[in-house]
Ligand binder design. Structure first.
Ligand code: ACO
Length: 328
């Protein structure tokens, strides 16, 4: 039985920097190969934002497109939430910088830090605010400049990440919209994926820089197992909360961390691979931007039609995970 929530996505947009970094470019930078990267991750190339282009710029460009699709102007927006782990600076929030770039003068703006699950967490928060009647129109943005926290000499991590931004406008809808939300966190496994330096625990010093503590540190194999287990769990729990069945799903829009993770999740959820949207080959892992860009692209490509049931599903550092079922 489908519940009608009345809050849905009314516009999506994306921004990808134009510079493409291919696997063969990476072969010249670290001891790796196109074949290793494709077979282990599914990634062929990723986008890299140039100097001076940062998260707020990419997020606002994606937001402008989402507003256009939603037929709204910036002053119609009451709430801006930006999900990012690569803010332009420690503070003010990237959401406030985006608010200023857009001229969204009536909006309240703040950031969410939930790594790759950030866009789903942002959508869940915006959903509740709109459902409660406090706000009418929300702009949620997943934007990352992962290249700014990537160690370009570390082959274990540098082949994985890319830069970009995706945005969605949420508002009241006459039918369908968000049907269920499920989220989880496990801080005990925080050390599996972190940027250990540059925060209040280890403020940046010459030593932290020399030790490269300002870059992503990752236990790939442990994360792989947790990603498969928790993305499948999130998808199944959100589906159960919606009262729908696996066979009702038209498309899964997952966080794009690794194609092997996504095939394993599809198997655990009893979903055929063709129902899993993929763009990791072109963009790599853009953390909070991945699911947001994937939703925007799936819509652009006509993969989602009115009345379709889709699931957004993500997992990331924290650990954090979450899924949202919606009727388009
Ligand atoms: N090129 C060539 N060889 C490499 C590379 C590379 N780029 N990277 C690692 N290797 C080597 C390793 O050194 C190792 O060699 P050894 O056997 O001689 O020691 C070998 O390849 C195998 O390494 P593994 O780490 O076992 O490779 P694995 O198959 O696990 O793949 C990967 C690594 C792609 C990182 C995978 O573990 C993964 O995708 N993990 C999950 C990542 C993830 O989900 N992150 C969470 C979301 S991100 C976020 O929240 C920001």
């Amino acid at each position: 039985m489908k519940k009608k929530s009345g809050v849905g996505v009314i516009g999506t947009g994306k921004f990808l920097p134009t510079r493409v970094l291919t696997n063969s470019d990476l072969e010249k930078m670290v001891d790796t190969s196109d074949e290793w990267i494709i077979t282990r991750t599914g990634i062929k190339e990723r986008r890299i934002a140039g100097e001076g282009i940062a998260t707020a710029f990419m997020g606002s460009e994606a937001a402008k497109k989402a507003l256009e699709k939603a037929n709204l102007s910036a002053v119609d927006i009451d709430l801006i939430i930006t999900a990012t782990i690569t803010p332009d600076m420690q503070f003010p929030s990237t959401a406030c910088l985006i608010q200023s770039r857009l001229g969204a003068s009536k909006a309240v703006a703040f950031d969410i830090s939930a790594a790759c699950s950030g866009y789903i967490f942002a959508m869940a928060v915006a959903y509740e605010f709109i459902k409660s009647g406090l706000y009418r129109n929300a702009l949620i943005i997943g934007a990352e400049k992962m290249s700014s926290i990537t160690d370009w000499n570390d082959r274990n991590t540098c082949v994985l990440f890319g830069d970009g931004a995706g945005a969605s406008v949420l508002s009241k809808v006459d039918r369908g919209g968000i049907l269920s939300v499920y989220m989880g966190s496990d801080g005990r496994n925080a050390p599996m994926l972190e940027v250990p330096g540059g925060g209040s625990l280890r403020p940046s010093t010459h030593e932290t820089i020399d030790e490269k503590l300002h870059y992503v540190k990752m236990s790939g194999q442990e994360l792989f197992k947790e990603a498969v287990r928790l993305m499948a769990e999130a998808g199944n729990k959100a589906l159960a909360l919606s009262g729908l069945r696996c066979s009702d799903i038209s498309l899964v829009i997952p966080h794009q961390a690794n194609v092997r993770i996504l095939w394993a999740v599809a198997k655990k959820m009893n979903l055929p691979r063709e129902k899993v949207y993929l763009n990791i080959d072109r963009y790599g892992n853009m953390s909070a931007a991945s699911t947001a860009v994937a939703l925007a692209e799936a819509q652009e490509e006509g993969r989602i039609k009115k009345g379709d049931i889709i699931i957004l599903d993500a997992f990331g550092a924290g650990l954090t995970w979450g899924a949202i079922v919606m009727e388009w």
